[in-house]
Design a protein around this ligand. Structure first.
Ligand code: GLU
Ligand code: ZN
Length: 314
């Protein structure tokens, strides 16, 4: 099998240890298997994403020495690896889905659906929909004056996917309640749609990311399959949390890669810290990327089976 993975940051802030954790583990797993890794910019949320953050991510990754086979600069068989340059692709697939009756317009209140552009991280589960607009008659639709959002027309179905840490996951999706949003009323595509199209279109075989996205995986697996792509294997990694158990976020300035670098940390110190957190070292000590590749087989890192890993930061 030709292994293909991706690291898919959203440029909404400086890269921090939590992001580096995911990037490094993606890289380690892929490089130890001779696979290819894609750096995909998930910048569809134009209000929150900024060019300077995108540049910051590229700078931090290259300072760390983490290399990617495909990334924001290139053009590939699937087009660009930057989501904001893929609107045409999303648009074409959406009109196909509309023609096939896979999606329908929903005119319900916007407050329930405005969050859909970004990935639903911990504590941000999407609201259950009551299916209200599933069966509006053509006249009723025509009488509507506002722009609709678009939802998938889910049929009751059972989705299964494989997770390297959680095993075979099976979930029943319900008509109505699980009619998730794929396009916002203002025309922007939802995270769930973009990520599914991209993972499918880019031929991603293994998806490593934080386990706060585990609940999104059934929707994505369903959509990837519906679109005719191959459903990847997932690897939902433990989240790095602070001493209060809260996911590390861009608000904690002290843990950005730039800040750590300014404080004198070298990349070997950060790699050693990550390997220590992953259970590969009894205490942090400097480790080069080459040593990480040779001496720390990913599948032997014991802490990756945990749900959370505490990083003592405030
Ligand atoms: N772009 C998403 C984020 O940074 C990650 C999505 C994913 O890995 O599926 O939150
Ligand atoms: Zn509705």
């Amino acid at each position: 099998m030709n292994i293909r993975t991706r690291f898919a940051p959203s440029p909404t802030g400086r890269m921090h240890l939590g992001n580096l954790w995911i990037a490094f583990l993606n890289w380690l797993w892929t490089r130890q298997r001779g696979g290819k890794i894609v750096l995909r910019m998930e910048d569809i949320d134009r209000e929150r994403c900024r060019k300077e953050y995108e540049e910051g991510i590229l700078e931090d990754l290259s300072w760390m020495g983490l290399d990617f086979d495909e990334g924001p600069e290139g053009t590939y068989s699937y087009g660009s690896a930057v989501q904001s340059r893929r609107y045409d692709i999303y648009g074409t697939l959406l009109s196909d889905m509309e023609k096939k009756g896979y999606i329908y317009p929903c005119y319900c209140s916007r407050s329930r659906i405005h969050q859909v552009l970004s990935a639903p991280h911990e504590g941000e589960t999407s609201p259950v929909y009551d299916g209200h607009c599933r069966n509006l008659a053509a006249e009723e639709r025509q009488a509507m004056t506002k722009q609709p959002c678009w939802r998938v027309r889910m049929e009751e179905s059972t989705v299964s996917f494989t997770d390297l840490f959680y095993g075979t996951m099976t979930r029943t999706l319900k008509a109505g309640a699980d009619d998730f949003v794929v396009r916002r009323a203002d025309g922007l595509v939802a995270y769930q749609l973009a990520v599914s199209i991209d993972d499918g279109d880019m031929g991603i075989t293994h998806v490593f990311r934080g386990n706060d996205l585990l609940d999104s995986a059934p929707y994505q697996a369903w959509l990837i399959d519906k679109l005719g792509y191959h459903v990847p294997t997932y690897g939902h990694l433990p989240l790095l949390v602070d001493t209060k158990g809260i996911r590390l976020s861009k608000r904690q300035q002290g843990i950005t890669i730039r800040e750590l670098r300014n404080r004198g940390y070298r990349k070997e110190d950060l790699i050693g810290l990550l390997l220590y957190l992953a259970g590969g070292l009894p205490e942090p000590k400097p480790v080069s990327l080459r040593e990480a590749l040779e001496d720390f087989p990913f599948e032997k890192l014991p802490a990756l089976k945990k749900k959370h890993i505490i990083l003592p930061v405030s």
